[in-house]
Design a protein around this ligand. Sequence first.
Ligand SMILES: *Cc1c(COP(=O)(O)O)cnc(C)c1O
Length: 366
Amino acid sequence: MPRPLQLTIHCEALQHNLRVARARLQGARSSVWAIVKGDGYGHGLARAMRGFAAADGLALMDLHDAQQLRVWGWQKPILLLAGAFQAIDMQPVLTLGLQLVVHSEHQIDWLQDLPADAAVQVYLKINSGMNRLGFAPADAGAVYRRLLSTAGVGNVSLMTHFANSGVSDSAAPAPSRQAQMQCFEMATQGLPGQRCLLDSALVYADYDLLSDWVRPGMMLYGASVAPGAQGDDLGLLPGMTFSSEVIAVQRLIAGDCVGYGGRFCADRPMVIGVVACGFSDGYPRSAPDGTPVLVDGQRTCLVGRVSMESLTIDLTQLPQAGVGSRVVLWGRGLPIEQVAHAAGSIASDLMCGLSHRVPVLETHAA
Ligand SMILES: *Cc1c(COP(=O)(O)O)cnc(C)c1O
């Protein structure tokens, strides 16, 4: 028997979350790139593709992943979010019919080699303050004209990416979303073409929806991007549930300690459950005592350091619990944001950190 560890991917929740995104965008009629980078934020690329079958396109970073999507039958647009990495990428870009972000001059050089009738659609990316990928705002006009005069280039759209979710703009650190927005608008003034701006922050309805295409990631998997908020506050459903079982029980007396380094010591008699899940499975080793877990639907918490293939939890207040009790580490009933917050991390880091050896069950109905 394998260890009783399981990752359940709720495809119906991915579908639901995409509907929530669309409902928010109703007035703006934006098209949706569903972001499936990072192996579909840890949900599995093929499962993300199935969950987002109704998206207008899928966007990711890796050419090989894009190729997989085509092999699996995805016929709608695919966008490479960092564009091509080498000149030889142009051939598969053509044969797979991919769209490209263009963020640097050498990528435009590669576009020169395209056949004149290639009509590759590109997204000119402007660095509006995040200082990751993109052209300097002052160069936007010249780059735009260079793209227009490149024979193999079809439509040119304009995009930028925000460094902050901007949900509480007054408290947000620099660069503020507003400042980036202004920078983008100035840089692209007078340049025709579709705009592609918003990420998951589109769920906050007070946002101006100036985006012809939006690029939500996190929200589609059911988690919030705003500090302190949870996906369920926004009507989102968790895309995954990570669960296991209690495989052993230990009874402690005052003074007994648990696990490596004796990080947690009991000051009273306690019952400890050992759960088949550890940091090699993707549970964060940084999780401190007190990190929430759900046992047979009831909340309790982690005590003691997380081991490679097990972790320990407090069952003292749960007399019914014992070997075989179901433990939800995050997902339905236990928002991943709470676990991530406790561990000093973020939801997408936990999702993407799951080991590929965790058995996956895919559901299609609630
Ligand atoms: C990851 C990513 C997104 C999605 O961001 P979320 O915060 O997960 O919604 C959008 N655009 C780009 C360029 C990205 O890399």
